[in-house]
Write a protein that binds this ligand. Structure first.
Ligand code: VG1
Ligand code: CO
Length: 552
C-alpha cells in the first residue's frame, strides 16, 4: 500500500492496490451475493470504490448510509464510512445502529438533499453467515441508480486497480449525534424520526387513531426484520394499535432464521391469524428491508396487483393525495387490474420492466402518483423506492375514512372491474444453462404463437420479449421478459430472476381476468392456464421438478 500524494487527502488515507473482480454486475436491485463472497478481502471495498468513481457528485457532499440490519451490516457500514472519508465526501448520515429501511433511506436522501446513498440490503433473502448480503446505490432524489449507471459501475469494477480508505476513521453507530473525523462529518440519526414525520403528512393520523380506538385492529408482522422499530413507533406509539398485534418487531441479524418475505408462504403465522376467529380488520407484513407489503383482510388475501388497483381507486381519501392520482405504473408481469382504474379515470397507465428503478423517471416527471409490482411492492411519489409501511397506512386510512371493511372494498372493486386472478410460480436453484435454454426455446417460438387459438379457446394476440422505452429519457431496456398475451382475458409471462444468489430462478406469472366468477380460489381459477403454460413451456418436465418451489 502507498500513502496518497494528493494534497487534499488526509495523511491517513491509504490507496490499496487490487486485482479487479469480474462478478460485480448489479441485478434487479443492486449487487447481491452470499456473505462469504462479499467478505472476501477487498470485495466490498472494490464495489464501493467503483460506485464512488462513477458518482463524482459525492465529493464535498452528503452521503446517506444505512442497511436492513442483517449479519455483517455494521462492519460493512464502517468500511463505507472509512472509504467515504478517503474519497472526499464531506458528510455521512447514518441510521442509528446502522439501520435504515429502504424507503426511509430514500426519504432521507430527498429530505436532506444528499447527493446519494448506500443501502446495504439483500431485501427478503435470508441472512446470517451462510445467507446473503447486498448493496445498492441510490442517486440524489432518492431513486435507485438507473440501468446506465449500474452498467457503468460494473464496467468500472472490471478495470479497478485500487481503492481509497482511511482505516483510522471510526464510528459509534449506537450513539446519536455528530462527530468529526478529519474532514468528514459523521452524523448518526434516528432513522425512524424523519420517516414517521413524513407519514403524518400523507395520512390522517387522527382518523386512523379514532378508528383504532373504536376497536378496529391492525395486525402487523415485521418478520424480525427492519420495520419493527418503524411499526412500533407509528402503529403503537402514535396511532394506539394494540401492542400484542405488532409481532416479531425486534430486528435480528438473521431475521430469526426465517425468510423475511411477506407472502402467503413465509408469513404463515399472519395468514393463520387473519383466517382465524380473532382476525384483525387489516393484516400486513413487510420484508427484510421494509419496502414490500402484503395486505390481508379477515379471511381474504389481497394480491399485490389488486392492492395497487384498489389503492389507486381510493387514494384520494388520504390527505396527502386529495387531488387523486395523475397516473399509475405497474411492472409488466403485474396483473392488469390497475389498467381498468386508469381507463375509468382517464389517466395514464405505464407498463415498465421489473424493478423499481424503472418507475423513478415517471415519478420525477410527475406522470404517475402510484406504482407497484406483483412482488408485494407498492409506492408513490413520496419516495423513490417501494414502501411497505406506506401501503399499510394507506389501507388503514382508506378503511377508516370510508367506513367500509377490507372485504367490502375488495368485493365491490371486483364487481365493478372484474377480478384478475394471479399467481407467480417460482422454480429456484436451477442450473443456469437449463434455465437459459427454457427461456430461449420459448423466445424462439413466440412469433408462431401469435394468432393461434390455444386449448380452452384463448387466442394469442401478442407474444414478444418485452422492451421498454422510457418516455422521459428515451432509454431502452430490452429482454425484460417473455409474454404471451391472450387479449384482455389472460397472460402467461416467463422471466429469469435478477436477485437470486443460488443458481438461476425462473418465474412464471399467470393472469386470468374473470367477470363472471369473483370468488374462486386463485389456484382453481388459474389451473387451466397453468396447464396451458405447462404444455407451452414444459417447465416441470425440463427442470425435473414436480411443482414450483414457491407459489405466491
Ligand atoms: C424481485 C422482484 C421485483 C423486485 C425485486 C427487488 O426481482 O420480482 O419485482 O423489484 O425483487 O425487490 P427478480 O429479478 O428476482 O424477479 V426487493 O424487496 O428485493 O428490493
Ligand atoms: Co425488499
Amino acid at each position: 500500500m502507498t500513502k496518497s500524494e494528493d494534497n487534499e487527502d488526509n495523511m491517513t488515507t491509504q490507496i490499496i492496490p487490487v486485482t479487479a473482480f469480474t462478478d460485480q454486475r448489479p441485478g434487479t436491485a443492486g449487487l447481491r451475493k452470499k456473505v462469504a463472497v462479499v467478505r472476501q478481502p477487498h470485495y466490498l471495498a472494490s464495489f464501493v470504490q467503483s460506485i464512488f468513481d462513477c458518482a463524482p457528485e459525492l465529493r464535498g457532499n452528503t452521503l446517506v448510509i444505512g442497511g436492513d440490519g442483517r449479519y455483517w451490516n455494521r462492519d460493512a457500514i464502517t468500511l463505507c464510512v472509512q472509504m467515504a472519508a478517503a474519497n472526499g465526501i464531506s458528510r455521512v448520515l447514518i441510521g442509528l445502529g446502522g439501520i435504515l429501511s429502504t424507503p426511509a433511506a430514500s426519504h432521507l436522501i430527498r429530505q436532506r438533499g444528499a447527493a446519494g446513498g448506500l443501502v446495504l440490503t439483500a431485501s427478503h433473502n435470508p441472512a446470517g453467515p451462510n445467507g446473503d448480503f447486498g448493496i445498492k446505490y441510490n442517486i440524489a432524489g432518492g431513486g435507485q441508480a438507473p440501468e446506465a449507471l449500474t452498467e457503468r459501475i460494473f464496467q468500472t469494477s472490471l478495470a479497478l486497480t485500487r481503492y481509497r480508505i482511511d482505516p483510522t476513521v471510526s464510528v459509534d453507530l449506537d450513539r446519536l449525534g455528530t462527530t468529526q473525523a478529519g474532514a468528514l462529518q459523521i452524523e448518526v440519526i434516528d432513522g425512524v424520526d424523519d420517516y414517521a414525520a413524513q407519514m403524518a403528512t400523507l395520512f390522517d393520523f387522527a382518523q386512523i387513531r379514532d378508528w383504532l380506538a373504536q376497536g378496529h385492529r391492525i395486525r402487523f408482522d415485521a418478520l424480525h426484520a427492519v420495520t419493527g422499530p418503524y411499526a412500533r413507533r407509528i402503529l403503537i406509539d402514535t396511532l394506539g394499535a394494540n401492542e400484542q398485534d405488532i409481532v416479531n418487531a425486534v430486528p435480528l441479524e438473521d431475521f430469526g432464521g426465517g425468510h423475511p418475505d411477506p407472502n402467503l408462504i413465509y408469513a404463515a403465522e399472519l395468514v393463520a391469524h387473519m383466517n382465524g376467529p380473532h382476525a384483525a380488520d387489516l393484516g400486513a407484513a413487510s420484508d427484510g428491508d421494509g419496502d414490500r407489503n402484503m395486505i390481508l383482510g379477515p379471511g381474504v388475501f389481497i394480491s399485490p396487483g389488486d392492492s395497487l388497483a384498489m389503492l389507486a381507486d381510493n387514494l384520494h381519501l388520504c390527505p396527502g393525495y386529495v387531488d387523486g392520482v395523475v397516473g399509475i405504473a405497474r411492472s409488466m408481469p403485474t396483473c392488469r387490474a390497475a389498467d381498468h382504474v386508469a381507463r375509468q379515470r382517464g389517466i395514464e397507465l405505464h407498463e415498465t420492466p421489473t424493478g423499481w428503478k424503472f418507475f423513478c423517471n415517471l415519478l420525477d416527471a410527475g406522470r404517475i402518483t402510484i406504482c407497484g409490482e406483483e412482488s408485494f411492492g407498492t409506492g408513490s411519489t413520496h419516495v423513490r423506492e417501494k414502501d411497505g409501511l406506506w401501503a399499510v397506512l394507506a389501507w388503514a386510512n382508506i378503511l377508516a375514512a370510508s367506513g367500509r371493511s377490507l372485504p367490502e372494498i375488495a368485493i365491490s372493486h371486483w364487481q365493478r372491474y372484474g377480478r384478475h386472478y394471479f399467481q407467480r410460480h417460482d422454480y429456484e436453484g436451477l442450473e443456469a444453462d437449463v434455465a437459459d435454454a427454457i427461456v430461449a426455446d420459448l423466445r424462439a417460438r413466440l412469433p408462431q404463437l401469435v394468432g393461434q387459438t390455444l386449448e380452452g379457446g384463448l387466442t394469442v394476440t401478442l407474444a414478444d420479449d418485452f422492451t421498454y422505452a422510457d418516455p422521459i429519457d428515451g432509454s431502452q431496456a430490452k429482454g425484460q421478459g417473455l409474454r404471451v398475451v391472450m387479449g384482455d382475458d389472460a397472460r402467461i409471462v416467463l422471466r429469469k430472476s435478477g436477485t437470486g444468489t443460488d443458481g438461476a430462478t425462473l418465474r412464471l406469472y399467470l393472469e386470468h381476468w374473470r367477470q363472471d366468477e369473483l370468488n374462486l380460489d386463485p389456484a382453481t381459477a388459474l389451473a387451466p392456464l397453468a396447464a396451458l403454460a405447462d404444455t407451452l413451456i414444459g417447465l416441470r418436465q425440463r427442470t425435473g421438478r414436480a411443482e414450483p418451489d414457491v407459489v405466491t
